[in-house]
Every structure is written in C-alpha cells, then in structure tokens.
Design a protein around this ligand. Sequence first.
Ligand SMILES: Nc1ncnc2c1ncn2[C@@H]1O[C@H](COP(=O)(O)OP(=O)(O)OP(=O)(O)O)[C@@H](O)[C@H]1O
Ligand SMILES: [Mg+2]
Length: 390
Amino acid sequence: MLGGPLRGDVAVLAPSARVAMVGAGQLARMTHQAAIDYGIDLHVLAGSPHDPAVTAGAAFTMGPADDADLLRQLAGDADVMTFDHELVPLEVLRAMASDGHVIRPSADALALGCDKFFARTAVSGIGALSTPVPAFTLVSGLSDIDSFAERHGWPVVLKARHGGYDGRGVVVVEDIGAAAGVLARGGGSQWVVEEYLDLAIEFAILLARSPSGFTVTYPPIGTVQVGGICRELILPVDLPEEMERHATAWARSIIEGFGATGIAAVEYFVTQDGRLLLNEFALRPHNSGHITMEACVTSQFHQHLRAVLDWPLGDTGLVRPAATVNLIADATTSEFSTRLPRALAIPDVHVHLYQKSVRPGRKVGHVTALADSADEALERARAAAERFLG
Ligand SMILES: Nc1ncnc2c1ncn2[C@@H]1O[C@H](COP(=O)(O)OP(=O)(O)OP(=O)(O)O)[C@@H](O)[C@H]1O
Ligand SMILES: [Mg+2]
C-alpha cells in the first residue's frame, strides 16, 4: 500500500512538498498549475477571495502581505516561502530568516526587485563584464530634475522608486512643468529620474538558481512594451551573438553575486545606436517567462518550484519558436467567454485566462502561439488575440 493518510479505503500520497507563496495573482495561479503537476501543496497569501490563484483552487489565507504574524504563520507551515510580487516587508523577512524560516529568494536578493534606486546603484561594477545602466539620480526636489535635464536633455523619465509595475510609476516628462505635476500627484512616492532612451529592442534574460548553487539560463526573450505595459514576447529574439553572450553572463553574475534563488528576470534595453543597458530585475516568475510554458522544455513556473525546493533544475532549451500576446482588457472584455472558441480555431494557439476582474488596461490573460519561425508565431498569436479583443 502507498504511504500517507487514509481517506476511506484509499491511500493518499502525502504532498511532495509544501510551498507558501506571498501573493495570489496570475503568477501564483500559474505556479499552482505547476504545483499540481508535482503533487506540491501550494498555499497562497491572498488579498481577496477573487484573486486568480484562489479561483484556480490553491489553498489560501486572506490578509495583507506586510502582516508579520501572517507571514510567520504561513512560512511556519511550509517547507519554503516564496513570492508572486515584491510588495513585501524586507525587514520582517530578514528577521524571519534569522529565526530559521526558509525564505527564497532572500530579502537581500528581493531588494533588487523592490527598489529601483538600490538596483541601479548596487549593480554598477558587479561582475567581470559589468553592464551600464541608464544615467539616473535620486530626486529629492524639482531642482534635481531640472539640473539632471540640463545635463541629459528633455524628455526625462521619472520612475517611482518602490511599488511600480506594468508602467504604473513610469512617466516620461517633456518639461519641468510636467515634472512638477508628477511630483505633486505622486502621493509622497520617492522618484528616480533617468535619461530618456531611444529604444530599438527590449529583451529579458530569465534564469533560475537553486540554493545548492546551480544556475540555468533561458534563451533571451524579446519583449515589446506599449505605454509601459508588456504587450508581446518573442522567442528566439534576433540579437547580435556577442550581446546575447554578454547579457546572459552578466545576468548570471548578478544573480549569483546576490545569492538569489528561484526564477529571476533581468530586463535589458538596446538603444537605436546599439548600446546594451540594464533596465530592471524581477526576483520571481516574470511576464516575459510566460512564453516558456509552451516554448521551452521547462516552464518558468515548474522551474521556480524546483529551484526554491533545491530540486534538480530543468532543461531551458527551446522546443519551438513562439510568440506571446498579452490580453489587455478593454471595455468589451466581458465577452471573452464567447470569443474563446474563435481564438482556439487558430492552430497551435495556447490560451491562459487569469479570471481577473475586468478593468480597461488590465492584463487578464495571454495567448502563446508556436510555429516554424518566431515571425509566423507572432502572426498567429496576434490573430488569436484579435479574435478575443476585436
Ligand atoms: N529610460 C527609459 N527610456 C525610454 N523608455 C523607458 C525608459 N525606462 C522605461 N522605459 C519604458 O517603460 C517600460 C516600463 O519601465 P520599467 O520596466 O522600468 O517599469 P515597470 O512598470 O517596473 O515594469 P514591469 O511591468 O516590467 O515591472 C520599459 O519596458 C520601457 O519600454
Ligand atoms: Mg519592466
């Protein structure tokens, strides 16, 4: 007979591991899908019973992600605690780790994804081949923006130091009047001012590192942002070989240097004049990694679980060229259900809906298409997305 608790006359296998995840958004939802494959009990900390991981059936506790008692309880009941977002109290996590809770990635590594100013300053000069970051400075008043723009020219980019995502907290400002408006509306946020770059390509390097020190890297994933929000992904992306090698090696040296564990993403800019610059970090599954669910041997969600549990890491190789289009809600998105079959009529299209409440501009799902070339995959994925949204 198999081990584990008895239910009636049926022996039930004990879970292979217990993982707690802070946050219950679409990343936790897709992590839950991977957890099901491995017989892992995933327990999420949710802000609402309508959160995407909760509606997908993950066990959940309701409460705020900065509640120290809840975090301790959650971690205490699990083999490892990990994250679907970065809005977490690092000091609490540090204290928990010193009390013996297993938290991956560590608060020191998470800081790279939580604080844009820290990330910019902490990485300058790391690694044998360090990568430049855009010119930047911390803003303590309007005059800092004015003098920065005198040196670097208008427009400039204002970025909220903490808490921004999907382009919320990133504003391109054309002049000092617009900058004053952003600071006035900013509700006390701290800002970083950055040079405005004429971008040719954006891409992300996704990697996973386990506590035993093994690291794997995925092929670079091309990303397209519109209005700061990620719209499209492409794999493979056409990059000069030397740039790809450098970006991958550098991402690896940062992740190893910070002792990060789990999946991480490093976002890069390539400017029209061919410069490679670092954008930002995510120390968790990342939107760019959604394409790995079908395009790579091991999806980022399975990989994240394997990495935080110190299990063997999976093959990151490409299975087939692919493209992903995010489904961004508009005023008609409530009609999705009737549109789904139309999108599914396109061959080799994979649909992921997050069951999120609809708000125009919100990411509510994504479609990934596979094909013989990335361009053909992009055509298919766009066609499928249009059948949803059109
Ligand atoms: N200095 C810059 N010059 C030009 N465009 C920029 C600059 N910084 C950011 N952007 C544009 O805004 C997008 C969002 O910026 P960033 O990645 O910093 O914000 P975010 O909201 O934290 O993103 P995410 O959703 O990835 O967390 C970038 O992908 C890029 O398209
Ligand atoms: Mg980004």
